[in-house]
Design a protein around this ligand. Structure first.
Ligand SMILES: C[S@@+](CC[C@H](N)C(=O)[O-])C[C@H]1O[C@@H](n2cnc3c(N)ncnc32)[C@H](O)[C@@H]1O
Length: 390
């Protein structure tokens, strides 16, 4: 028997207190730059929030680590009226894109001490450089998510694919443009091929390929693009003739753009040889031009997917939600099978009950690391589940 009420309520009170303290308003990010770079043009960067995101995740705990984990979950971004008197005007044309990038502020990061190396859950405790991960705990706490645009209504964008907590302030949005953003097809400039037609197909396929939703933080995938087998699927999307041509085009364009860069930038005198002492980190040069490389722990993480099981009681509680029950079950499964716990929780509190929220729903579960399973005990609406017993 575990005193869940006590443990959870304490945590809940802390969260509520912090929520009260926080107000979404324009922010100023002042940067403490090292003396060597603190020239006037870098010294004072001001950023405005352009809007705020409403999601079903009131807390960090249980929030998907990347948008693709719950790709069908809906959220909305409402633009602020501070920057423009008529914010709806800024969205004109965006409806022609299927996907967009959202840059947002990890405003709920509690720790002020950022570590150079972090332990993404996906790496099962192994530490790696923070900039080689998608960890929210970074010196400039900005998140980047690729989401699907569902609908635009006045100053509000409804989108699916959510990895932000409720009330997350937004710094910017940009349309996702595969021709610019996907190195597999950038700069192709292929004659007689309507790439626009392929864009929707690619974007749709992106979800399957986890292209739109893979990366790593604390352990999730996003932004991964394909290699090997996945590349075969890309060829099916693009058409193999396009892909074959694209490889040689890419090589040509790459060479051309490099010589152009050299022509333009060298006279400015800004390009310098790296100092002799500079240590170049070894880079895997195995990927052919136009292919995208990710470390093996993205595709084959040491931490594997979990099997999600439901107690009869939890199934009954989900059944009482009517038509929403099945949808919520899928969401719970998607979140839990990726193991939302931090490495710390996994190592220290693995036998404890884990409670998280999806909107008004409280889900209680227990992980069993030796069997790689997670059992959902209770799914309660509007209240913390009572003590859970086995
Ligand atoms: C791993 S980050 C990835 C975000 C983004 N896709 C990226 O790659 O930059 C997502 C996690 O950040 C945390 N998070 C989301 N919104 C947050 C916020 N507003 N403040 C602090 N942490 C947040 C949640 O724990 C969520 O699971």
């Amino acid at each position: 028997m575990i005193a869940l009420n006590h443990v959870y309520k304490k945590e809940h009170d802390i969260i509520n207190k912090k929520l009260e303290e926080w107000q979404c308003r324009n922010c100023r990010i002042s940067q403490d730059l090292p003396a060597s770079t603190s020239r006037q043009e870098h010294a004072d960067f001001k950023a405005n929030y352009i809007g705020v995101i409403t999601t079903s995740f009131p807390e960090k705990r249980g929030t998907p680590r990347q948008p693709g984990i719950c790709a069908d979950m809906i959220a909305k971004l409402t633009l602020s009226k501070d920057a423009f008197t008529n914010p709806a005007h800024t969205l004109e044309g965006l409806q022609e894109f299927s996907h967009m990038w959202i840059l947002f502020h990890f405003h709920k990061n509690e720790s002020t001490h950022v570590k150079a190396k972090v332990a993404p859950p996906r790496l099962n405790g192994t530490r790696t450089g923070v900039f080689a991960t998608r960890s929210p705990h970074r010196p400039c706490p900005i998140g980047l998510s690729l989401v699907k645009i569902d609908r635009i209504l006045d100053d509000t964008i409804y989108f699916s694919g959510v990895d932000m907590i409720d009330n997350t302030p937004v710094l910017d949005i940009k349309p996702y443009i595969p021709q610019y953003d996907n190195p597999g097809i950038v700069n192709l400039n292929i004659p007689n091929v309507d790439l626009n037609e392929s864009v929707t197909e690619i974007a749709d396929a992106a979800r399957d390929l986890s292209l739109a939703s893979t990366s790593v933080d604390d352990g999730f995938e996003n932004g991964r693009i394909m290699d090997g087998e996945e590349n075969v699927r890309r060829e099916q999307v693009l058409g193999s003739s396009v892909t074959e041509r694209s490889a040689s085009r890419l090589e040509e364009n790459y060479a051309r753009s490099h010589s152009r860069m050299g022509e333009r930038e060298a006279p400015d005198g800004e390009e310098e040889e790296p100092p002799e002492a500079a240590q170049a980190l070894p880079v895997n040069s195995g990927a052919p031009q136009g292919h995208v490389r990710v470390p093996s722990w993205i595709d084959n993480p040491p931490a594997s997917r979990l099997t999600v099981l439901f107690k009869d009681r939890a199934l009954m509680q989900l059944g009482q939600l009517g038509s929403e029950g099945e949808e919520k079950k899928t969401t719970i499964t998607n979140i839990l099978q990726e193991d939302p716990r931090s490495v710390y929780l996994r190592e220290r509190w693995s036998s404890h009950c884990y409670i998280f929220r999806i909107a008004e729903l409280y889900v209680s579960c227990k992980f069993n690391d030796s069997t790689q399973t997670v059992m959902v005990y209770q799914v309660f609406q509007n209240e913390v589940p009572p003590d859970t017993d086995d």
